[in-house]
Design a protein. Structure first.
Length: 343
């Protein structure tokens, strides 16, 4: 749990450092840099900034001087947006670097397309044998086990027989198999139909491929985009009601997940940390007042109209934003406690 809390606190630290560095780049004076919430546990003044640690490590803020020669208000909308983007961009950079580091030092793990077990009473039971290595599906080469469900469930092929070529005892054998349909669950808990062949991978078919520093750049970018898309899809499904709000997790759930992942090794733990970092970046860009995305919307309004938002309207919108944020955090905390009690 200590490692999980520490990683979450560091992600918040990097987020606020992003805002701080962009404020300094724009010559804005920063009064206070604070990590955590609650009464200050430790504060030190260094140069013009008061640096504080607070007891609840679930957030932080950078307090800038509003008016004056080095105030935030003197900046153009573009410069203000650059400061607001500093936090989320910092989280994206940290997330990418964590993914890149894991890929470079740990390699890329995958399973060879070798059959370990044939499920009885499935289409596969009449054709496959343990030890078969799948070479092609519909004349498309298969290099990894993960390609098999993708090829069987690809568009235009759902439920239709597939031609499978396997290597068995040094010989190539080709046969046609009609996949069976099963009810499954997506990552978001949605019911979905999937087509399967009825085979399981051989446990000893796992391999790790080392990755060079140049190739790692591309692979890390692909994994980063996969994480970002996953987060955005989850948010979209929550808003549309496709996924229950019971899926929303709060700080307790995040820390608990991190604590569990530590036991699987440093690589899974760092990948989860990267996912959380990217998640922080995406969530902070949501167009909700009091979040960075809401502030960016205010500045875009000024940029497009050439005038400031009515102060009364701004205060009203910020109030709504606070209510939304408190409601979401409360829901996450409620779900965390409910899950703990239910367990």
């Amino acid at each position: 749990m200590i490692w999980a809390l520490l990683s979450l606190s560091l992600l918040v630290l990097f987020h606020e450092l992003g805002h701080f560095l962009m404020a300094k780049l724009n010559r804005v004076e920063v009064e206070e840099f604070s990590i955590g919430f609650g009464a200050p546990a430790l504060c030190r003044k260094w140069r013009e900034t008061r640096w504080c640690l607070r007891p609840v490590p679930l957030g932080g803020y950078v307090k800038m001087v509003e008016r004056g020669r080095r105030g935030f208000d003197r900046l153009s909308p573009i410069r203000k947006i650059s400061i607001l983007l500093g936090g989320p961009v910092a989280n994206f950079i940290i997330g990418y670097l964590l993914i890149y580091g894991v890929i470079i030092f740990n390699g890329v793990g995958y399973y060879l397309p070798v059959v370990g077990k044939v499920v009885p009473n499935t289409p596969a039971s009449h054709f496959f044998k343990p030890g078969d290595r799948i070479v092609k599906i519909d004349n498309l080469p298969v290099k990894r086990w993960g390609q098999i469900p993708q090829l069987v469930n690809r568009d235009g092929k759902l439920g239709r027989p597939v031609q499978v070529e396997v290597e068995r005892g040094g010989r190539l054998i080709t046969f046609s198999v009609k996949p069976a349909v099963i009810e499954g669950k997506t990552l978001f808990g949605e019911s979905v139909k999937r087509y399967i062949l009825g085979i399981e991978v051989a446990p000893d078919a796992y391999r790790v491929r080392k990755v060079g520093v140049v190739e790692g750049v591309k692979l890390a970018a692909e994994k980063f985009w996969e994480f970002a898309t996953l987060i955005w899809t989850g948010l979209e499904k929550l808003v549309t009601g496709a996924v229950s709000w019971k899926m929303v997790s709060g700080p307790i759930g995040i820390v608990e997940a991190g604590s569990k992942m530590v036991h699987y090794g440093w690589a899974p733990f760092l990948m989860l940390t990267a996912l959380i970092s990217i998640n922080l970046g995406v969530l902070n860009l949501l167009p909700i007042p009091v979040l960075d995305g809401g502030g960016i919307l205010f500045q875009l309004y000024r940029l497009l109209t050439g005038r400031e938002l009515n102060p009364v309207v701004e205060r009203y919108l910020i109030g709504i934003g606070i209510l939304i944020l408190v409601a979401i955090m409360g829901l996450g905390l409620f779900n965390d406690i409910h899950n703990l009690l239910g367990r």
